[in-house]
Design a protein around this ligand. Structure first.
Ligand code: BES
Ligand code: ZN
Length: 620
């Protein structure tokens, strides 16, 4: 336990944690809570017990991450001190400086309130509208408002938890085992070391149904049929292919929990129990790429973890690559390239909006003290990260050799937290012939440039195997962008058999060419109800973006309806940006929609929308 936060200096230092943690340190957290507290609504009473070994030269004080919403009643020998806008430090004085290796056990009684990591939903905010619901979302730095902890991905620990809930509620957690005991008490145990951000709890009226030998879906009773139907019999294949490619699946079960509509992410890779948006219930498995993505985190992110949030691309870039490897094995290369092309379009849009040279458009992000790591979230770690991993594969030049490398990489760094230096060092060690050739310093493609220079990826993987699926969509978009429409040619194209991602790709092209010549969009809308009346969230997002870019006032209500129906950050923010960047009318629509929906949005999303609309600072 040194005096500075995180692990000292250099890329391994985590400036986003106030704790006296050190990279690679392990501990155990035993933790119990009663939820919600009987005395007061929306309070989670808890007791955290931390055991950790002291480092040589440790001071007579231990610091944990906490949050102003966390009221510590015991163990806080000193009151919490502010650390950053997104947390505070809980200082615990020790009787004397501990000896190196001495085992310390702390007992901390606390009550978590309405902090950003703990979301309390009223019955109206659930799908069933009958009972309240609470869930936690830890990534990136929110779990410090859930329980006091070393809230840095550089520290891994096992945990166990006892959760007592009111009659008629069920608790689930990201744990390798769980058991229901008497008195509505649930006991959980995570037997593999994980970072704090992967601890997650849900208490609600939820039920489950089996969908595979080691998988079940969880959802509110009114959604369970749809949830089972969406993924029955398909999950196991993804796990088997993942194991074949990347090595053993160490987490035991892989379950999926369908969250209430306001859940801010498509998916969150909480180990053993992925949390997903109910938007995935498209009825046709078309959004299963999110599940494959979260499964891929079982190796990249959850086993091999970024040591700090500045190295987030190690989690997401490798996961995008792994996701597309699994997709290639299961659905083939053309489909995978099509999906990857939609990813590339997202990166293009992001870089156009921010400017390619924006400092967040480097893979290794410099997060200054005081900056909330969650505010650095964008497409670059995902899609530029994917390009860099693809570039490494290209250097190797042989898919099975690169697959073997990925498996060796997971095996080498499993249960550890690492930086890109560790990754790239291991790559060069694994392929000595490449090291000898100096592949890390090929002009224009230097590893250092990939990591530390903002901008468009210097290497893009070849997506031409997807041409057979993309070309018809490209050609159709071209037809609709013409000044005078060639209806004969348009009518000759039958889109009824197109896959969802073909339509998504088509809409991305239309959006890029928008605004279309006057009148074209109205006709397009009429001609393709499959698009303009779609229930699929990915299609609805693009259609809404097109409506706004073309000022198609007749369909503004669709934007409003979509924003009322769900609260995913990646859908919500682009639409508010588009409305705010548009006309008087779209600005008014933005204000009206936000004032009606704000209470049901996750607090982070609320703050980002406020920032877009110029309504008060998000976070200082
Ligand atoms: N781990 C992320 C979600 C996340 C990132 C939460 C940063 C909090 C902070 C998750 O794995 C993810 O990337 N989800 C994507 C899925 C998509 C890329 C298939 C999402 O939510 O859209
Ligand atoms: Zn991810």
């Amino acid at each position: 336990m040194g005096s500075s936060p995180g692990a000292g200096h250099g890329p391994g230092a985590d400036v986003a944690s106030a704790s006296s943690a050190a990279r690679g340190r392990c501990g155990t957290c035993t933790w119990s809570c009663a939820s919600p507290s009987r005395r007061r609504a929306r309070r989670l009473r808890g007791r955290a017990r931390w055991s950790c070994a002291a480092r040589a030269g440790a001071a007579a004080e231990l610091r944990l991450d906490a949050h102003p919403s966390l009221a510590v009643s015991r163990a806080a020998l000193l009151p919490p001190r502010p650390f950053a806008s997104y947390g505070s430090a809980l200082h615990i004085a020790l009787p004397q400086p501990p000896r190196a290796g001495q085992l310390l056990t702390l007992l901390i009684d606390y009550e978590a309130g309405e902090g950003p990591g703990v979301c309390w939903l009223s019955p109206e905010q659930t799908a069933g509208k009958q009972k309240p619901y609470m869930y936690t979302q830890g990534q990136a730095v929110l779990n410090r408002s859930f329980f006091p902890c070393f809230d840095t991905p550089s520290v891994k620990f096992t945990y166990s938890a006892t959760v007592k809930v009111p009659e008629g509620f069920t608790a689930v957690m990201s744990a390798t085992s769980w058991e229901k005991q008497k008195d509505n008490t649930f006991v959980f145990k995570m037997s593999q070391p994980i970072p704090s951000y992967l601890i997650a709890l849900v208490v609600g009226d939820i039920v489950s149904a089996d969908v595979g030998p080691r998988s079940r879906v969880w959802a509110e009773p009114c959604l369970i049929e749809a949830a089972k139907k969406e993924y029955d019999g398909v999950i196991e294949e993804f796990l088997v292919v993942g194991e074949k490619l990347f090595g053993p699946y160490v987490w035991g079960r892989y379950d999926i929990l369908f969250m209430p509509p306001s859940f801010p992410f498509g998916g969150m890779e909480n180990p053993c129990l992925t949390f997903v948006t109910p938007c995935l219930l498209a009825g046709d498995r078309s959004l299963v790429d999110v599940i494959i993505h979260e499964i891929s985190h079982s190796w990249f992110g959850n086993l091999v973890t970024n040591a700090t949030w500045g190295e987030f691309w190690l989690n997401e870039g490798f996961t995008m690559y792994a996701q597309r490897r699994i997709t290639t094995e299961v659905y083939g290369l053309p489909y995978t390239c099509l999906e990857a092309a939609t990813g590339r379009a997202l990166l293009r849009q992001h870089m156009d909006a921010t400017g390619e040279d924006h400092p967040l458009n480097k893979l290794r992000v410099v997060i200054e003290p005081g900056i909330n790591p969650d505010d650095t979230y964008n497409e670059t770690p995902y899609e530029k990260g994917y390009c860099f991993v693809s570039y490494l594969a290209h250097l190797v030049g042989n898919q099975s050799k690169f697959d073997a490398f990925l498996q060796a990489y997971v095996n080498r760094f499993k249960f550890q937290s690492i930086t890109a230096d560790d990754t790239l060092g291991f790559f060069l060690e694994y392929f000595p012939e490449l090291k000898e050739k100096g592949v890390d310093s090929i002009p224009g493609f230097e590893f250092d440039r990939w990591l530390n220079t903002p901008g468009w990826p210097p290497y893009l993987p070849d997506l031409s195997p997807g041409q057979q699926l993309m070309r018809p969509a490209d050609e159709l978009a071209e037809l609709w962008a013409a000044d005078s429409l060639n209806m004969e040619a348009i009518e000759a194209v039958d889109i009824t058999g197109w896959r969802t991602y073909q339509l998504v790709y088509f809409l991305d092209q239309v959006l890029q060419k928008s605004p279309l010549p006057e009148g074209n969009l109205k006709r397009l809308s009429k001609m393709y109800p499959k698009i303009s009346k779609a229930q699929n969230a990915e299609l609805r997002l693009r259609w809404c973006q097109i409506i706004l870019k073309n000022n198609l006032e007749a369909e503004y209500s669709k934007v409003k309806d979509f924003l009322h129906s769900q609260g995913k950050q990646k859908y919500t923010l682009p639409l508010y940006r588009a409305m705010w960047g548009g006309s008087e009318a779209t600005r008014a629509l933005a204000m009206e929609t936000f004032s009606a929906t704000a209470p049901q949005l996750h607090v982070n999303v609320q703050n980002y929308v406020k920032k877009i609309l110029g309504l008060a600072a998000a976070e200082a």
